[in-house]
Each structure stands twice: as C-alpha cells, then as structure tokens.
Ligand binder design. Structure first.
Ligand SMILES: C[S@@+](CC[C@H](N)C(=O)[O-])C[C@H]1O[C@@H](n2cnc3c(N)ncnc32)[C@H](O)[C@@H]1O
Length: 239
C-alpha cells in the first residue's frame, strides 16, 4: 500500500433524517478532500447529498457521478467502471474521498458496485466502509415496532420482481421487508395476503423526509402504486 495514495470512504448517510448519520461519518465528511455521489444521468440531483449537505463543508467539492437509469447491463457496467476509474485516479493523486450513498452503504447501494470495481482495479488502495442506518431500520423505529423478536427471522428483499421472492419461500419467515416496492406494490400486497402477513403489514413512504407518509392498510397500494422511496414491512405476528 502506497502511503501517498488517498483513502476511499464509503459512507451511508441514512434514509432521510440528517441526524441519523454515524458520528464517524460526520467527522470523515468534514475531513475528506472531495465527496462523490451518484445521480441519474437525467439530472444532477442526489437525495444522499441533500441529507448530508449540512455535514459537508462549503469548501469541499461534491462530484456527481451520473448513472444511466437503464436495464441495459453493458451500459450500467460501463458506467460503474468509468466512475471507479475516476475515483481511483483521484485517490492516486494523494487525496481522500468519500462516496456517499442513501441509507446503509452496503445495502442495495451504488456504492457496492463502486467498491467492487475499485477493489478489483486497484487492490493497492485503502478503502474504509462505514455502515449507515438502513431505510427499514429507520422505518420500524419510526413506526415504533420491533423488526424481529426472539427466534424470529427477517427476510429482506427487493420488490422489483413483485411478491415472487416471498412466494418462493417455504417455510415463510415471520417478518419480511420489501425495498424498491413502488411499481409492484400491488403484487407485493397480494403475496403478503397469500402468506398471512396482510393484517400486520405497513407501508412507509419517504421515511424521515418532509413528505413522509405511513400507509396502515397496504391494500391501498393496489389502487395507488406508491413512489420510489417506499418500504413495506410485513409481520406474521401482531404489530
Ligand atoms: C437503492 S435502494 C437503497 C437502500 C438503502 N441503501 C438502504 O440502506 O435502505 C432504494 C430503496 O430503499 C428504500 N428507501 C430508501 N430510503 C427510504 C426512505 N427514506 N423511505 C422509504 N424507503 C426508502 C426504498 O424501498 C427504495 O426503493
């Protein structure tokens, strides 16, 4: 490891409330030379930047890395590689950088792809990943409900394929969490009903943000698919 190279810090800034960022991440954000964040190639907006803004000194440059919103694997991988290379070049100039991401840095996060590519292309560089609070931890806390108790298990999944992940499980876990529940929330609701979770299911949109909404009856999602920032928590046992 070359002492003159900078370090990459992967930082999860939590899902909304700017106070839900670890003290360690707050310190690192004040110390690094540049902050990187992902944005859509259509605009330069990043919710992670908005959440962390107060912890980033005004003099620290924020570099947005645009990721195409496409299902084309080749195009996406090309973007990960391109961005990993620019981060590597930056670290090799001797400067430290943070890559910030929403919620936890290792949970369904763009940082995961950056991390893997930087490790592969530049194994000599130092990387430190700092965990963040996930959207489902913040959601269960916001709802004042336990996520798991005793010997129960918890299944955390993406809702992009609707309720099929849950349907395929035998036996079924006591607790389930669907992230990316937006477009297929209606089918997720059906799978929760089939699995016996419906009565104790709850949806939360934009947890910790100004437009936060709690949906106590997730059947509403059959009529009105929610926006992207939505979590559905389903429990077999009474909430
Ligand atoms: C790409 S994943 C990011 C997950 C994030 N790294 C985490 O630790 O929770 C995006 C999904 O996270 C969930 N999510 C993130 N922030 C949220 C929030 N404030 N309120 C509700 N859901 C949120 C939504 O399900 C959204 O579709």
């Amino acid at each position: 490891m070359n002492e003159n190279n900078g370090t990459l810090y992967g930082i999860g800034v939590g899902p909304g409330d700017p106070e839900l960022i670890p003290l360690k991440s707050v310190r690192i954000l004040k110390e690094v030379d540049t902050v990187f964040a992902a944005s859509s190639s259509k605009n330069q907006y990043s919710l992670a930047v908005r959440i962390a803004q107060n912890h980033i000194p005004e003099s620290t440059p924020i570099r947005m890395l645009d990721f195409p919103m496409t299902k084309d694997r080749e195009e996406t991988e090309e973007a990960w590689l391109r961005h990993a290379r620019s981060i590597i070049e930056y670290l090799e100039s001797g400067k430290n950088a943070a890559f910030i991401t929403l919620g936890d840095s290792t949970t369904y996060s763009t940082y995961g792809y950056i991390l893997k590519n930087v490790r592969k292309l530049a194994p000599h560089l130092k990387i430190e990943t700092i965990p963040g609070i996930t959207s489902y931890q913040a959601s269960s806390a916001r709802l004042n409900i336990p996520l798991t108790e005793g010997e129960e298990s918890l299944f955390v999944t993406s809702g992009v394929k609707g309720g099929d992940h849950l349907r395929s499980l035998h036996p079924k876990p006591e607790n389930v969490v669907f992230l990316k529940a937006y477009k297929n929330a209606g089918d997720i609701c059906n799978a929760l009903e089939e699995g016996g979770y419906l009565e104790n299911s709850v949806g939360i949109c934009s947890c910790g943000l100004e437009d936060e909404e709690i949906i106590r009856d997730v059947r509403e999602f059959r009529k009105r698919p929610p926006e992207y920032w939505t979590i559905i928590i389903g429990k077999k046992n009474k909430i």
